[in-house]
Design a protein around this ligand. Structure first.
Ligand code: GDP
Ligand code: MG
Length: 200
């Protein structure tokens, strides 16, 4: 596979739609040079959300461990639960969050698509994600408040974590016919080895 064919899945979660941020979010990814090859709006089903997060069999464990580490670092009491139990709670909260209303799913393609999208998206927790990123600029939630309220962190976006994860996630949200193959004229300036078609 040529590097320019890398694909990644982005979902604008229901809070992004409710905040009227669809255009702003698409604009940020679009101007990177990546190519939008699929786009649709729909209400996610609980089955899709479960399949999506459980494509990685270690996801619950990893999210649970990450959450426990975060409690410790902030000097907060770690809930006396196993990482698996915490992961299960996070997953249930995500299911409620993602099925609460319309979402927008997209597939973006291009060189380093996963990395470029993650960079533009920003870190998972809006409170600590970098300024200049979507999660850092356009919303304001934290793990602390989300956990206290017993709900998912509202961070506007899902973006695949790596290329393998992307290829597993895309078929959960799109059928093959919904993903378009086409050329963008701007791709030549990004990818062509010889820039010999510009001067007259
Ligand atoms: P992402 O790839 O940046 O979206 O982050 P992950 O794949 O690690 O986690 C997926 C989702 O699980 C996030 O968007 C959060 O909603 C939730 N999540 C992840 N880690 C934590 C955590 O430590 N605490 C809580 N409360 N939620 C978390
Ligand atoms: Mg992830």
């Amino acid at each position: 596979m040529h590097p320019k064919e890398e694909r990644t899945l982005v979902i604008i979660k229901p809070d992004g739609v409710q905040r009227s941020l669809i255009g702003e979010i698409v604009r940020r990814y679009e101007r990177s040079g990546l190519k939008l090859i699929a786009l649709k709006m729909f209400v996610p089903t609980p089955e899709q959300v479960m399949a999506h997060y459980l494509t990685d069999p270690d996801w619950k464990q990893k999210v649970g461990e990450k959450a426990i580490e975060a409690y410790k670092q902030k000097g907060q009491k770690v809930p006396s639960r196993s990482p698996q139990e915490i992961g299960e709670i996070v997953l249930n909260n995500l299911r409620k969050y993602l099925t609460s209303g319309p979402a927008v799913a997209m597939v973006w393609q291009g060189m380093h698509a996963v990395g470029v999208v993650r960079k533009i998206t920003g870190g998972t927790e809006p409170l600590t994600s970098d300024v200049g990123t979507i999660r850092g600029d356009l919303t304001l939630d934290s793990y602390l408040v989300a956990d206290t309220d017993g709900r998912a962190v509202r961070n506007l976006i899902h973006a695949s974590g790596n290329a393998k994860e992307a290829e597993q996630e895309i078929p959960i949200w799109f059928v093959e016919e919904e993903i378009l193959k086409y050329r963008l004229v701007g791709e030549s300036i990004l990818y062509d080895v010889n820039l010999d078609g510009i001067l007259e």
